[in-house]
Design a protein around this ligand. Structure first.
Ligand SMILES: NC(=O)c1ccc[n+]([C@@H]2O[C@H](COP(=O)([O-])OP(=O)(O)OC[C@H]3O[C@@H](n4cnc5c(N)ncnc54)[C@H](O)[C@@H]3O)[C@@H](O)[C@H]2O)c1
Length: 285
């Protein structure tokens, strides 16, 4: 199955990135947000991002216009009916995602793939909300989606070989390197990454070093492009807390138990870059 038209549900960091990647790969994208204002704002953000690429000589002006011409912003879920693939990228909350999958199953034409960009949640539970569990899988992009080459294709125990093959082909069309992974919390990357990020928060809280020195140490000592606290701010502290909670719920490994400071930062609505404050301060988006 080849994807000519796809739907992206969710207008956050990841939804916008996935839409940009797919539209640049020549796929028609229907971008759905709960309000038309936010959906339009996403397209405005995309216009800005593409304009910068033209300025820097990374994109031709004609290509920018073609990319924008492939993106349509909507607020009505029914507009996704004709999509060959829909990827949801809404808040990392299982009940919310399950409800969305039951709605997508009712709306989207038979035979189309319904995928989740979840970082940790069980794909099978979303699949079982639909009448087409064999056509449901995870297609997990990384942040920022236009830059990061990896896509984890998540195979639930209900996912068919054809669906996995189509998801891999889609990722390749988008210029990404897919890896296949079993439907287990955290898949590959987050299962390995999050104990490290969580321990960085615990280290900060214990007063071992300043935020700047923790990040500088991991950049300079391990050659990581970003420090752990700046990376948490990029991912979003609310999303990071949800990821750790899902990992802890699955494995009961104390390394996954969210650091108390992380929980308190989320309670204080310090979500990282997207809210202007996390472990560091940012200009508000
Ligand atoms: N942030 C990352 O680094 C990253 C990386 C890979 C995957 N993900 C996954 O992508 C998904 C989205 O994450 P994000 O970082 O874009 O989050 P975000 O906070 O930037 O955006 C979340 C979006 O969900 C929408 N939303 C919230 N509640 C909703 C509801 N009840 N119904 C419908 N939509 C709702 C919000 O309006 C917003 O558009 C999550 O599943 C997350 O785990 C995140």
């Amino acid at each position: 199955m080849s994807v000519k038209r796809m739907g992206v549900v969710g207008s956050g960091i990841m939804g916008s990135g996935i839409a940009e990647v797919a539209a640049k790969a020549g796929i028609e994208v229907v971008l759905r947000s709960r309000s038309q204002t936010t959906a339009d704002a996403m397209v405005a953000g995309l216009e800005k991002s593409l304009a910068k690429q033209v300025e820097r000589g990374k994109l031709e002006a004609a290509d920018r216009d073609a990319v924008l011409g492939r993106v349509r912003a909507v607020s009505d879920l029914d507009e996704l009916a004709d999509c060959d693939l829909v990827i949801e990228s809404i808040v990392e909350d299982l009940a919310t995602k399950k409800h969305l999958f039951s709605e997508l199953d009712r709306i989207v034409k038979d035979g189309s793939i319904l995928a989740t960009n979840t970082s940790t949640l069980p794909v099978v539970e979303m699949a079982m909300e639909t009448g087409r569990p064999e056509l449901v899988c995870g297609v997990h992009f990384f942040n920022p989606a236009p830059m990061m080459p990896l896509v984890e294709v998540v195979r639930a125990i209900t996912t068919s070989d054809e669906t996995v093959a189509a998801a891999r082909a889609f990722a390749e069309t988008c210029g990404k390197n897919p890896v296949e992974v079993k439907d287990q919390a955290g898949f590959i990357v987050n299962a390995l990454l999050f104990p490290y990020l969580n321990n960085a928060v615990k280290l900060l809280d214990s007063g071992v070093a300043t935020r700047e020195d923790i990040d500088a140490a991991m950049q300079g000592g391990c050659n990581f492009p970003m420090g752990p606290l700046a990376l948490l701010d990029l991912v979003g502290l609310d999303t990071s807390l949800a990821i750790l909670e899902a990992l802890y719920a699955e494995f009961k490994d104390p390394n996954y138990a969210p650091a108390p400071l992380l929980r308190r930062m989320v309670s204080a609505e310090r979500f990282g870059r997207k809210s202007g404050q996390g472990f560091f301060e940012y200009a508000k988006r």
